[in-house]
Write a protein that binds this ligand. Structure first.
Ligand code: DNO
Length: 357
């Protein structure tokens, strides 16, 4: 496993590459060209510039999160061909720059959703949290404004302001897209990019839906073992893989995370390892990475990843906001760095115990 850290790029992140370099065992970043809207080509020159910046800081680009998918591809409208062609050019350019892992999601309109970006815990730290009852009371546009207004001045991934202008129109365009249609559009997309991924050895890692159930009546298809296996087998090639995001899949307590890891063996190209606390169905708070702080057994998760031979990039995920840090909610330096140290400890113990057996 390669320990990595998400970095949104200069001007978009309060965390610097120099900060990241000093976190023990982190050798790479997971990054993006944050300013390029979904559907546009990532120019090779821009990718190379980003790569030099990262390498000058003594790190490497271990993968991209995300190259976002244009809604026309998810909806399956005729103009999807143009956007898929652009996606293919972006993939070629990334491969030419030596980048071979791409995380993306197939959630309609929105990316991940939370009802509170700074819920206070008894120790004074704040966390992201989700409560279906609160979500049911607001409409998507209000949701958008809330996220935008509570993100400490940062643009949250998946909640870029240009999307707000199109929310109403997008809901209209999705009205005939049910789960089956969304699934077929994903398979169509994967088949169209297959040749370039196989030729350049690009690993595509689809991110699960977060939370792992439909929100605002929009269909969601990457939310449990059965649906994930269906996607992996529909285009049965190694390039078509998964981002094993424990927090997203684990939002539904019926998902057995270790069972999903075992079932997706060989097709997990990227792992997001974080913890959360379940309160009731549809209601959870994010937590520190430590098992004891939440509902997941982080030792078992790391051990299962180790046992299936997962050797791709892993990163801590959303952290609490602690020690007065002001940063993008979920993406401060301190608690994610603590998360890395904890995951490092688990990994070392698991590996040494494995060798001793
Ligand atoms: C949120 C992230 C998501 C994720 C995308 C992947 O914090 O986990 O925005 O990056 O869904 O495309």
């Amino acid at each position: 496993m390669e320990m990595t850290f998400r970095w949104f790029g200069t001007g978009h992140d309060s965390v610097t590459l120099e900060n990241i370099r000093q976190i023990p065992n982190v050798t790479g970043v997971i990054t993006t060209l944050y300013d390029v809207p979904a559907g546009e080509v990532w120019e090779l020159g821009d990718i190379l510039k980003l790569k030099s910046e990262v390498e000058a800081a003594g790190l490497k680009i271990s993968g991209i999160e995300s190259v976002n998918i244009h809604d026309s591809i998810k909806i399956g409208s005729p103009d999807r061909e143009h956007y898929i062609d652009n996606y293919i050019t972006t993939l070629e350019n990334l491969a030419k720059a030596g980048i071979h892992m791409v995380c993306y999601n197939f959630m309609p309109v929105f990316d991940w959703t939370r009802s509170d970006l700074a819920k206070r815990r008894p120790d004074g730290s704040t966390v992201l949290s989700y409560d279906q009852e609160l979500i049911d009371k607001i409409n998507p546009e209000e949701m958008f404004k809330q996220i935008d207004g509570n993100s400490n001045g940062f643009v949250m991934p998946g909640w870029e302001p240009d999307r707000l202008a199109k929310v109403k129109e997008l809901f209209e365009r999705y009205k005939d897209v049910d789960e089956e249609k969304l699934f077929c559009n994903l398979v169509y997309f994967l088949n169209r990019i297959r040749h370039v991924c196989e030729e350049y050895n690009i690993k595509m890692a689809i991110h699960p839906d977060d939370p792992a159930w439909p929100v605002f009546g929009l269909p969601r298809i990457v939310n449990n073992k059965e649906n994930i296996l269906r996607i992996l087998s529909a285009v049965d090639s190694e390039f078509n893989g998964l981002t094993m995001c424990t927090g997203s899949l684990g939002s539904n307590p019926n998902n057995d995370l270790c069972d999903i890891i075992r079932a997706a063996k060989g097709r997990i190209h990227f792992a997001h390892v974080r913890n959360l606390i379940h309160h009731a169905p549809g209601k959870f708070d994010e937590a520190a990475h430590l098992s004891k702080d939440g509902s997941f057994d982080m030792y078992e998760i790391m051990k299962t990843l180790y046992e299936i031979g997962f050797n791709g990039p892993v990163r801590p995920d959303h952290g609490r906001m602690i020690w007065g840090e002001v940063a993008m909610p979920g993406y401060g330096l301190y608690d994610r760095a603590l998360g890395v140290c904890y995951l490092n400890g688990l990994a070392e113990a698991i590996e040494k115990a494995g060798r001793a057996r």
